[in-house]
Write a protein that binds this ligand. Structure first.
Ligand code: FES
Length: 568
């Protein structure tokens, strides 16, 4: 369903009489105090993802004020509308379960309500993918403004920030190095300001990929949430949204092209970005009929070293990246590898954007290609009999000595099984073993939670073990680190080979060779497959959103989107 009319005439409610529909609409909107002049302006919708549960979006009201100012300075009429808001720590069972719902909300509200362009305000991990998935499907000219990263805090004189340090200190607690009182104290400093996680987590990854893809005005990805630069950038976004409303373009499909996705994926490698970036890219691309090929993604990374020295791969935080120039030094360094003809939302090509970047200056955060943080791309794609449809590992945040490793499988059949046994003194496990978590994928958990960062068994943590090879069909927070294989596909709950692994099996991981193998014969694997039975149905699986999710969700290589939302 499309409607070529503009402004308040767009998408009239179907009462069977268009004149009546417009007249009634006008009467109701006038109750908001608008003049006729205001109602004749191009309308810029602003997706409001503020929620009292979402600290990453605490500054959304200020950003919206700035966007509105920009819209009005340019002669448009800004109209905000609420959408679902997802915070990582406030969504059961996982925000990923709700990402597709948020995307459907965004798509339908953008389509249903009269707006000539839309500003997508979001930040926390799933919100930018969800908004872009929805906007891509709705087809209305759209532009992104992110909330921006939080600042860092200080704990006992040490700089800390969410959430790599959350995990680091929790690991210390589990190892008995700090006590519960210190953990409590840390909760005051790990998230010291509003904004998204201050490391190269999923939010930072998606912000930088969005800017690289051209869906955000230059310079917007890394501005901290609390800096005055943030509303300034938002004001410019509002102004640009009016031009887009007047022009009726560009639609997301004009910017989110295959070349733009490839550029974003190169940036994903170069920033040591979250493994979630590849899942979300696949989902966003799928909305436009574009396929992200995992092997092509791996190949793109072979030429792209990790340049950005941010946690969890490196040492700095997002506010440092902002001071170092944000995406600009990354683009400058990557320029020879990028597809510079790709258009951007500001109207220039990516090449023009790079040519217009301010002069480079000395900084420590973004390395040169000759002196990278990690020589390969940030993420490697694995193949083998354990993951016929692929798996990923963030090799830049793994232990180099474990990138080639063979070990004995210690299998957990579910998250509940993991929670029940991982700290048992009786668990038969050594540091050389490989921890395997089954049934934590899109169907299995459900929702593919960030449980791929399996905790180290307490008895090993107490012995000083810092990392082990871990394998699952789950995801992992971009803020986490370790030798962790994720997104194994097909997932265990769909009958993938991961479901067939048994305690004591040998597994071989070889990241340089891109291989992940279960070392049993094909005959044994087939016999186990024939005997496999699916896990019990989830409680409540017979109705509502959970039913829709389980009926329609795709596997990780397809972005775990709903099949019926993809463009065919
Ligand atoms: Fe929102 Fe990390 S919890 S970005």
């Amino acid at each position: 369903m499309t409607d070529k009319k503009t402004g308040m005439r767009k998408g009239l409610t179907r009462y069977g009489d268009e004149g009546f529909s417009l007249y009634v609409r006008k009467a109701f909107i006038k109750a908001m105090g608008y003049t006729d002049d205001a109602l004749l302006r191009p309308i810029v919708g602003i997706a409001d993802t503020y929620s009292g549960y979402n600290a990453c979006h605490a500054t959304v009201p200020d950003i919206i004020e700035a966007v509105k100012r920009g819209v009005m300075l340019a002669g448009g009429l800004p109209v905000t509308f609420p959408t679902i808001s997802l915070h990582e720590s406030f969504a059961f069972p996982t925000s990923m379960f709700l990402r597709n719902l948020m995307s459907m909300d965004a798509e339908e509200m953008i389509r249903a309500q009269p707006m000539d362009s839309v500003v997508l305000v979001g930040g926390c991990d799933k919100t930018i993918p969800a908004l872009l998935m929805g906007a891509a499907s709705a087809g209305v000219p759209a532009i992104v403004e992110v909330t921006g990263p939080m600042l860092t805090g200080t704990h006992h004189g040490e700089r800390v920030g969410a959430c790599t340090d959350c995990r680091r200190f929790w690991a210390k607690f589990r190892a008995g190095e700090i006590d519960a009182a210190e953990v409590e104290e840390l909760t005051n400093e790990l998230v010291p300001t509003a904004g998204t996680c201050g490391v190269m987590g999923t939010a930072s990854t998606m912000a930088l990929m969005t800017e690289a893809m051209g869906m955000m005005l230059p310079g917007g990805a890394a501005i901290p949430a609390t800096y005055a630069d943030r509303p300034r950038h938002a004001e410019l976004t509002g102004r640009r949204a009016v031009e887009m409303a007047n022009d009726g373009s560009p639609a997301p499909a004009e910017i989110m092209t295959p070349a733009a996705f490839r550029n974003a994926l190169r940036v994903l490698h170069a920033i040591g970005g979250s493994t979630n970036g590849i899942v979300h890219a696949a989902a966003m691309a799928g909305r436009l009929g574009i396929t992200i090929d995992l092997d092509e993604f791996d190949n793109l990374g072979r030429d792209v070293p990790v340049l950005v020295d941010l946690k969890p791969s490196g040492q700095y935080y997002m506010e440092d990246l902002h001071r170092a120039g944000g995406l600009a030094p990354i683009l400058r360094e990557l320029a020879p590898l990028l597809e510079l003809d790709a258009p951007t939302i500001g109207g220039q090509s990516l090449g023009d954007v790079i040519s217009a970047l301010p002069k480079a200056y000395p900084q420590q955060v973004v390395r040169t290609k000759d002196n990278p943080l990690f020589a390969g791309g940030g993420i490697a794609v694995l193949r083998g009999n354990l993951c016929p449809d692929g798996a990923v590992i963030k090799q830049s945040a793994a232990s180099s000595e474990l990138l080639v490793h063979e070990g004995r499988a210690v299998v957990f059949q579910s998250l509940a099984d993991l929670a029940a046994r991982i700290d048992s003194p009786d668990l038969d496990v050594t540091a050389d073993d490989i921890l395997v978590l089954q049934n934590s994928g899109p169907l299995g958990a459900p929702g593919m939670p960030e449980s791929g960062y399996l905790p180290l068994p307490k008895k090993l943590a107490e012995q000083g073990v810092k990392d082990m090879v871990r394998i699952s069909d789950a995801r992992m927070s971009g803020t986490a680190f370790g030798t962790i294989v994720l997104h194994v596909a097909p997932e265990a709950a769909a009958g993938g080979p991961l479901a067939l692994v048994r305690n004591g099996d040998r597994i071989r991981l070889d990241v340089p060779a891109r291989q992940l193998e279960l070392l049993i014969s094909d005959e044994d694997l087939e016999a186990r497959k024939a005997a496999w039975t699916p896990p019990p149905a989830h409680e409540g699986a017979d109705r509502g959103y959970l039913k829709l999710f389980l009926d329609e969700v795709t596997q990780a290589p397809d972005g775990a989107d709903f099949g019926f939302l993809k463009k065919t």
